[in-house]
Design a protein around this ligand. Structure first.
Ligand code: GLV
Ligand code: GLV
Length: 324
């Protein structure tokens, strides 16, 4: 009997077709498997799971998956998966590194430019019929050129953002668990800050690229926000819960920071009510990796890990396994 694969949402069709050539494949309806119980109820029928980052792949789900051999997340982040439970139940876990670095880095630059030059606010003004006279003092913003970018999390995406920002004339400082390779530091002319406090005091724009872990949960809190100069812009394309949203909303409403560009939220798809009304804030629905090329590459990488495991390939030959 062919092995079976559950893809929890419709993804790029050529990825689904690739898996269908080998396996019995089911594709869930959008949003259905955001419910832990539904996922736990359906999982026993499958040998492989290709979940979205919105699906809670908990101990309960993994324990119920008595045939499950692999969970291949459709994302680079994997905070939706209980890794310990996967290990305990002998289920391999894969993610999708590298392939979304460029799309996320480009999108992050897009948010930086849009917030600093007030693009959406300006469009709204135009569409509301308020552009009756060209004003020399209208919509003044901040130039990226000669500004300082503070990167928190200098991994693949943080580095991609820093490279692009440097090309726009920004100075780069960064905070990371450890200093990056000296060659990379030199290429970016990047200065290391040993604390987040030190970094935010010197940054015109702060951009977050760390994974969500116990250590980074609410890393950007009231104290850190209070250290930011009042025109600082905060960009978050990592995970919502890295920021204390209540504290951020308060800082935006008070004008104690300059603005924010947010692609991720703590309780997706819910938007914190005070962030909904916050000024100088651009909010997008977790789309930093949403280019055609990247979403296809994400799907293919996840599918390849599934094929590798289900065909019994040595785990050392499956490059995107987080744990075998
Ligand atoms: C997107 O947020 C991802 O982790 O791939
Ligand atoms: C993710 O790809 C990262 O390491 O930044």
């Amino acid at each position: 009997m062919a092995k079976s694969v559950l893809i929890t949402e419709p993804i790029i069709p050529s990825v689904i077709e690739k898996l269908e050539k080998r396996y019995q494949v089911d594709v869930g309806e959008p949003g259905t498997y955001n419910d832990e119980q539904i996922l736990a109820d359906d999982i026993p029928a499958y040998d492989a799971l290709l979940p979205m980052l919105s699906n809670p792949v908990t101990e309960k789900v993994i324990a119920a998956g008595s045939n499950l051999e692999i969970i291949a997340n459709h994302a680079v982040g994997y905070n939706n998966i209980d890794l310990e439970a996967a290990q305990k139940h002998n289920v391999a876990v894969a993610n999708t590194p590298d392939v979304l670095t460029d799309s996320c880095a480009e999108f992050t630059l897009g948010l930086m430019l849009a917030v600093s030059r007030r693009l959406f606010e300006a469009q709204k003004y135009l569409l509301e019929g308020k552009f009756n006279n060209w004003e020399p003092l209208g919509f003044l913003g901040k130039e990226l050129n000669d500004s300082t970018l503070g990167v928190i999390g200098m991994g693949r995406i943080g580095t991609g953002v820093a490279r692009r920002a440097k090309a726009l004339g920004m100075d780069i400082i960064y905070h990371n668990r450890s200093k990056v390779d000296p060659d990379l530091e030199q290429e970016l002319d990047a200065q290391y800050c040993s604390t987040v406090q030190e970094l935010v005091k010197q940054s015109d724009i702060v951009t977050l690229h760390c994974p969500l872990t116990d250590e980074t949960h609410h890393l950007i809190n009231e104290e850190i926000l209070s250290l930011m100069p009042e025109d600082t812009i905060l960009i978050n394309t990592s995970r919502g819960a890295v920021v204390d949203e209540e504290a951020l909303a308060h800082a935006l409403h008070n004008g104690s920071i300059g603005g924010a560009g947010l692609d991720v939220f703590e309780n997706e798809p819910e938007l914190h009510p005070k962030l909904k009304t916050a000024p100088n804030c651009i909010r997008t629905p977790h789309i930093a990796s949403a280019s055609f090329q990247t979403r296809k590459a994400i799907g293919m990488l996840a599918a390849d890990a599934i094929i590798g495991i289900l065909e019994g390939k040595p785990t050392s030959e499956i490059p995107n396994l987080i744990q075998p």
